[in-house]
Design a binder for this molecule. Structure first.
Ligand code: PEP
Ligand code: MG
Length: 756
């Protein structure tokens, strides 16, 4: 008899039992008999979770007197281990296993071999099905599979019979793996508490046994077709807008989607009498089991891909489509995903989405740029996360420290909640500074502006009381669109932003795409495959050569600013002629609008970003042409130190508070003094209190920072005496041996200025 045929025999018999009028206990007893007989095992036992303990519910071969008497804690003995780890055990000699525990009331001493599988309901083990044999032998694969299939049927049976206590199942989740800490890379700092929600919810299988095998087969065929179509489409849309999958992953997806072995195994499972859903899950269980046995990280990665694909197939076949965003978040959520696209993140309700944990992700990933703008903490590179966390688990996300605590104990959760409350209190205190103008102690008004990039970000302007938007990253609209945004859409966005800003100024930066901020519709042209994309064909370099792009944006900005002041600056200028060339594009568009007798902006103020060190040597030529100069320290410092800002290995290596950077910046302050040019900083550096203190000390009077930092920086400004901090900074910068960060921190501490 083939494996499928024997599995089918078992399923047919189970089917009869399920359809019979027996009560639940009778059905469990019969199942134990059938499995014991079919696998020629002296013993077959079914343990179910009741009040937090695994209770022997049915047995063939053990002392019947032990039924409803023998109880094991989750994690105790072999049965408890299977439930705790949600994994299968197959042992020739049970006693040799370190977790073996002898229960005298069962009379099991004469049995040597043991195999057990978890009975899983909604990802949690709610029971265990096991067989024992006098002869010491490992069970064969087909036998283990028969057990697993039976466990699926049992899960349906006990769910229908109301034998699953939801509370027990949830509690087991905690007992199952207990508290766990996962570390990763802090992509967007911050604290958050909430419950795990999978971006792509796992599918629940309601029916395990097929009514009509042929119909199930057709359903799987169609699902495969659809899945292959989706993958082809993803590949054609490249890495963007569909989940941020990398090309490499797509390649693997393709390989598996067309893998005959996979579809054949699913078909065989259907032959044995399972529904399409149950067959896909069965095959996946088997793969998972194999994966556990092979300790190869490369293979494990590929298996994750297969797991993803298998879930996709399940979603298609079961019609349980859509992401957690489409289903709507019900409570405070920490979103779990392998990776996400920026557009996908934007679909979530910002009030409920408290944090994101990704297995992949990098600092410059689009989704991270968007999350930062949304103020949602993100932990990335959390390896193996999805095998550790279940839907609904409580999570404490500490993206400041790059950690997430899953299923925290009450103590840990309490400590975290207190820390979180303190940080929120601080935020609330900062919010009270909303209407307070940031004057230093010595009476100088400092401009504290905010950075933005999405329409939604503008709501932070009245909330923080920032002096305006010092950097509006127009490329965000390009990054979150699947196609190049048309001029009308750009105009609408810029107009909305200006409307939201009211009297406050907004400085629009023309697109900074290309390099690592690749967009699919310019993909073939951009330098995403450059060895050094940050130094590649990006920002103004690209915009000047793709004149159409800048022309459209210029026109959109000019039209949106009709009757108002337009502030516009160009990114990544390396030489003054680049500014001239960009300005010429605007002049041309202005002429065109004049000819067409359209309403023009009342005033246009042009500015430049200083991000490329070379430009610092040419400021005498540039300054007469511009009204403002904004230093992008994110890019500037990576070029000064020749240290890729996206490389996590270098993230902590060079300090912004170091002599080369601060001396360089101070020289720019000195060079611009006496010119009618507003000078400011718009990199992340300005949003950190200690760094901002140093910037004030070397002469900066305007900072544009992430909205969450506006309150803290305003508060800092009010504590500073500029003369004092300037004096110490000058002294320290003259002394190359001085540890600037440590000295400034000690100095601030002495004055009661908090610098965290
Ligand atoms: C910078 O480089 O400092 C900057 C503000 O621009 P971005 O971070 O968008 O490159
Ligand atoms: Mg930059």
């Amino acid at each position: 008899m083939t494996a499928a045929a024997s599995a089918r025999q078992i399923l047919l018999r189970l089917h009869e039992i399920m359809a019979s009028r027996l009560h639940a206990q009778g059905k469990l007893d019969s199942v134990a008999d059938i499995i014991g007989e079919s696998l020629h095992s002296e013993v077959c036992s079914i343990y179910l979770l009741r009040e937090g303990m695994l209770e022997l519910f049915a047995t063939r071969g053990l002392n019947k007197g032990a039924v409803h008497i023998t109880r094991m804690a989750v994690g105790e003995g072999l049965t408890g281990t299977i439930a705790a780890n949600v994994e299968t055990l197959n042992l020739a000699e049970a006693k040799a296993h370190p977790d073996f525990k002898y229960r005298p009331e069962t009379g099991e001493e004469k049995f040597h071999s043991f195999a057990g599988v978890p009975i899983v309901y909604r990802e949690r083990a709610v029971g265990v099905l096991c067989v024992q044999h006098v002869e010491p032998r490992r069970y064969e694969e087909v036998e283990i599979e028969a057990l697993q299939t039976t466990a699926m049927v049992l899960s349906e049976l006990i769910a229908n019979a109301g034998l699953i206590d939801e509370h027990d199942a949830a509690a087991l989740g905690e007992g199952q793996i207990g508290m766990k800490t996962v570390s990763g890379l802090a992509l967007v700092k911050g604290l958050a508490m909430g419950h795990a929600v999978y971006h792509q919810p796992r599918v629940t299988i309601d029916q395990v046994m097929a009514e009509d095998i042929e119909a199930e087969r057709q359903r799987v065929y169609q699902a495969f077709d659809r899945m292959r179509g989706q993958i082809e489409q993803m590949a054609s849309q490249a890495e963007f807008g569909v989940g941020g999958e990398h090309e490499e992953v797509l390649e693997t997806y393709k390989m598996f989607a067309y893998d005959e072995g996979w579809s054949r195994r699913i078909n065989e499972a259907i032959d044995s009498g399972l529904t399409a859903e149950a067959a896909i899950e069965r095959v996946q269980q088997r793969t998972r089991m194999r994966m556990r046995e092979i300790d190869d990280p490369l293979l494990a990665d590929r298996m994750h891909d297969l797991e993803d694909l298998s879930n996709r197939l399940l979603r298609i076949v079961s019609g349980q489509l859509g992401t957690a965003a489409t289903q709507g978040l019900r409570r405070d959520t920490i979103l779990i995903a392998r990776n996400l696209g920026p557009a996908e993140l934007l679909e979530y309700d910002r009030r409920k989405l408290k944090g994101v944990i990704l297995e992949e992700g990098s600092l410059t990933a689009h989704v991270v740029i968007v999350a930062r703008a949304m103020g949602v903490p993100v932990l990335g590179r959390a390896n193996g996360l999805r095998s550790l966390v279940c839907e609904g688990d409580e999570i404490l996300l500490d993206a400041d420290k790059g950690l997430a605590t899953l299923r925290p104990t009450a103590d840990i959760a309490g400590t975290f909640a207190r820390r979180f409350a303190r940080s929120r209190e601080r935020q609330a205190a900062y919010a009270e500074l909303r209407d307070v103008e940031p004057f230093t102690r010595c009476g100088t008004r400092i401009q504290v502006m905010m950075n933005a990039g999405l329409r939604d970000d503008m709501s932070a302007l009245p909330l923080t009381g920032a002096d305006g938007v010092g950097l509006f990253r127009t490329e965000f609209q390009f990054l979150v669109s699947a196609t190049l945004p048309q001029r009308e859409r750009q105009t609408r966005l810029y107009r909305d932003v200006l409307d939201a800003a009211g009297d406050k100024p907004v400085i629009f930066r023309t697109v900074d795409i290309g390099g690592d901020k690749a967009v699919p519709y310019l993909r073939s042209e951009t330098s995403v495959h450059d060895e050094n994309p940050a130094m590649g064909w990006r920002a103004l370099r690209l915009a000047l050569e793709r004149g159409g792009l800048l022309k459209v944006q210029a026109r959109a900005l000019l039209e949106a600013s009709a009757g108002r002041t337009l502030n516009v600056m160009f990114p990544m200028i390396s030489e003054p002629w680049e500014f001239d060339a960009a300005r010429a594009v605007f002049d041309d568009q202005l002429e065109l609008l004049k000819r067409r007798k359209r309403q023009l902006p009342d005033a246009i103020r042009y500015g430049a970003m200083l991000e490329v060190p070379a430009l610092a040597e040419m400021l005498d030529l540039l300054l007469p042409k511009i009204r403002f100069l904004s230093i992008g320290t994110n890019d500037l410092t990576q070029f000064l130190y020749a240290a890729d800002r996206a490389n996590p290995k270098l993230a902590e290596r060079y300090d912004w508070l170091s002599h080369p950077i601060l001396r360089f910046l101070r020289r720019i302050v000195q060079t611009t003094t006496g010119h009618d040019v507003d000078l400011g900083i718009c990199g992340e550096m300005g949003g950190r209190r200690l760094d901002a203190l140093a910037l004030l000390g070397i002469g900066f009077r305007r900072l544009s920072i992430t909205p969450a930092a506006v309150g803290p920086i305003k508060e800092l400004v009010r504590r500073v005496d500029l003369k004092e901090v300037t004096a110490v900074m000058n002294d320290w910068l003259a002394d190359p041996a001085c540890d600037l960060r440590a000295s400034l921190r000690a100095w601030a501490d002495e004055r009661g200025i908090e610098t965290d």
